[in-house]
Write a protein that binds this ligand. Structure first.
Ligand code: C2E
Ligand code: MG
Ligand code: MG
Ligand code: MG
Length: 301
């Protein structure tokens, strides 16, 4: 009975589970208090993970991944602080910083295939709803000189605004449409884990599909995952959108994905997310070749 009470009542829970939950609660509260000023205090940094073209076996893009080095708590992962920032109303501020820094960093990078690198930036639903996204993107593009076509806004299925949403959907969908009219690309991130139906896909305003790690991780061992990946490749081709396999970790996965005609791959096998200086080195040293077996050098830790 004590346990049942603890699970349903916040107050009872605090008395029963004090040690563990207390620690987590204190940490969460601390992060909540500190997250708003993190950009201004210089605690944020970006890691860049290469995205490789299967056909060219070279880097054709990078994804910017936000990092927060808290002065006392150390590195805090985005899966922990992004939801906290969303609830604290600070996500647009963090995102503005990320857009500004990422576009400035990538604008002048070497282009291994001759085509300028694309830059993926993750955008949360809360930022789209806050209605500053168009301004924030325009500001970052004009400050950096990055052309709109090189920017890919990565949003998850849950964050795709639909015209049907009576609250903010129509307006937010208008913002996304305005960005696409400017030439900015939109990627559907973590595809396959959300709630969109396949029919929705034909109506969504997207240019890139990022197939979730969950399917990629089993593609060489499980025929259901394999069938799913294959059908996403087919859908991508039919809709004229690029498909990126996320979380490629083994040569076997890469081989199977390449065999089925997957367009692009991203994952620890090819490269971990890198600090900018290391990314620049990879682009210069190997002319952007990141392909196991083709390059002698080991992939960054
Ligand atoms: P995501 O957008 O799906 O980013 C890919 C995540 O997968 C990254 O985690 C990356 O480090 C990780 N990853 C890449 N390759 C592999 C692999 O081979 N195996 C495994 N197990 N993982 C791999 P990270 O950097 O911790 O980011 C987690 C999530 O946090 C991101 O997922 C994204 O949803 C969110 N996030 C990151 N940066 C931002 C940002 O600037 N704004 C917002 N709103 N969200 C962000
Ligand atoms: Mg992403
Ligand atoms: Mg993803
Ligand atoms: Mg994912």
């Amino acid at each position: 009975l004590a346990v049942a009470t603890a699970r349903t009542s916040g107050r009872a829970r605090a008395t029963v589970w004090t040690p563990a939950l207390g620690q987590a609660g204190i940490r969460r509260e601390r992060l909540r208090q500190d997250v708003a000023g993190a950009a201004a205090r210089g605690e944020l940094w970006l890691a860049f993970q290469p995205i490789v073209s299967m056909e060219e076996q070279r880097i054709t893009g990078v994804e910017a991944l936000l990092r927060w080095r808290h002065p006392e708590l150390g590195e805090v992962p985005p899966r922990e602080f992004v939801p906290i920032a969303e609830r604290a109303g600070a996500i647009a501020e963090l995102q503005r910083w990320a857009l500004h820094e990422a576009t400035a960093a990538v604008a002048g990078l070497p282009a291994p295939t001759g085509v300028p690198l694309r830059l993926g930036v993750n955008i949360s639903a809360a930022h789209i709803a806050a209605r500053t996204l168009v301004d924030d993107v325009v500001t970052a593009l004009s400050a950096s000189g990055l052309t709109p076509e090189r920017l890919v806004l990565e949003i998850t299925e849950a964050a795709v605004p639909s015209d049907g949403d009576p609250a903010t959907g129509g307006v937010a969908a208008g913002d996304m449409a305005a960005l696409r009219l400017m030439g900015v690309h939109v990627a559907l991130d973590d595809f396959g884990t959300g709630s969109s139906s396949l029919a929705d896909l034909t109506r969504l305003p997207i240019d890139v599909l990022k197939l979730d790690h969950a399917f990629v991780s089993r593609v060489d061992r499980d025929r259901h995952s394999r069938a799913l990946c294959e059908s996403v490749v087919t859908i991508g081709r039919a809709l004229g959108v690029d498909v990126v396999a996320e979380g490629v970790e083994t040569p076997a996965q890469l081989g199977v994905l390449r065999g089925m005609g997957m367009g692009f791959a991203q994952g620890f096998l090819l490269s971990r997310p890198l600090p900018l200086a290391e990314l620049v080195q990879v682009l210069e040293d190997d002319a952007g070749t990141l392909w196991p077996g083709l390059v002698g050098r080991s992939v960054a830790p």
